[in-house]
Design a binder for this molecule. Structure first.
Ligand code: BT5
Length: 303
């Protein structure tokens, strides 16, 4: 059975488990925001990434509605241009959801890609981006953090996959304009230095949020995280589809686990995630049949 659930056919209400309100996210009384003092050094990032496939050009916004909109407005501007913001007033998740992060605490990045910079299968862009986020987290965590991926777009931190917390999210927006080569914007939000009270309330079954600082017990350098992320994105875009899929499969905590897939307009599907296809779809075995899931929400269940 094949289930085609493109983002375009979803109604916003079908998957929104909770849309965050407009209330500002404040640290709990007496709790100091960990992120204060961790400034983004855009000059250092520009110098470190000069000539790199991703990040050769960095546009910085102290505040913006969404880096996705800024990157999209660049259209066919140089592929690999990065937009980074300290604060988003309308940060976007998938399917009309919100992405929330107090000013100066997170890494909020979008990258514009087109033409030869895109993988042959656009369905593999979440792999490029999710892997890069996990690799950047590895780099700043000096091996102390163990980041894994939950299909299609969550970056999680242990201890166990079904009890892991979401430290980052990936959003891929593909734009096709007639006969013009494809255009895509990759968005990545990494919770770097939020204190516990600065993270949004996220109801189950979505994974609870965390930040790198909470996991490490100390603030992280967002500039180092930005540089590591851009380098990892450039490396992943240069991989062959086979290499990319192999690296993604190794990081996907979803594979080999019991999962529940939330599909639009139908009952949740309970099964076993067995693989990802060449096009990035998740293959789930349930009720003796193989289901190919192209978009949706997946929660990991205890084994
Ligand atoms: C995502 O969507 O995880 C994609 C997030 C992409 C954010 C980046 S930031 C830079 C770029 N510019 C943008 O405007 N967006 C991208 P999704 O799987 O739909 O998850 C969204 C859900 O995660 C929300 O409905 C909340 O439940 C939860 N959430 C919101 N903020 C969060 C946070 N900071 N950490 C963890 N979970 C969060």
């Amino acid at each position: 059975m094949t289930i085609y659930t493109t983002f375009g056919t979803l109604s916003a209400g079908q998957f929104v488990r909770r849309t965050l309100g407009a209330a500002p996210l404040l640290a709990r009384s007496g709790e100091k925001p960990i992120g204060v003092g961790s400034t983004l050094d855009i000059g250092l990032a520009r110098a470190s990434l000069a000539g790199s496939p991703v990040g050769h050009t960095i546009l910085y916004r102290a505040q913006t509605a969404s880096t996705m909109a800024d990157a999209r407005a660049l259209e066919y501007g140089a592929a690999g241009t990065v937009v980074v913001a300290d604060e988003q007033t309308h940060g976007r998740g998938r399917m009309a959801r919100r992405w929330e992060a107090p000013a100066g605490t997170a890494l909020l990045v979008s990258v514009v890609l087109h033409g030869a910079h895109l993988p042959a299968q656009p369905g593999l862009l979440p792999a490029v981006a999710g892997l890069a986020a996990a690799q950047a987290i590895d780099a700043v965590g000096n091996g102390a953090l163990h980041a894994g991926l939950k299909w299609p777009n969550d970056v999680l931190i242990g201890p166990q996959p079904d009890r892991a917390r979401k430290v980052a999210g990936v959003l891929v927006e593909a734009v096709s304009a007639g006969a013009a080569p494809g255009l895509a914007v990759i968005g990545i939000g990494i919770n770097a230095n939020q204190a516990a009270g600065q993270l949004p309330h996220v109801p189950a079954p979505a994974p609870p949020p965390t930040s790198l600082a909470l996991e490490l017990g100390q603030p992280v350098d967002r500039t180092a995280l930005l540089i590591a992320l851009c380098r990892a994105l450039g490396r992943n875009l240069a991989l062959s589809p086979g290499e990319l899929l192999a690296a993604w499969r190794r990081r996907l905590w979803t594979l080999g686990r019991p999962v529940t897939v939330y599909l639009p307009g139908s009952d949740p599907l309970h099964g076993q995630a067995v693989d990802v296809g060449d096009d990035g779809a998740l293959i789930v075995e349930a009720g003796g049949a193989r289901h190919t899931v192209h978009a949706g929400d997946v929660s990991l269940r205890g084994a």
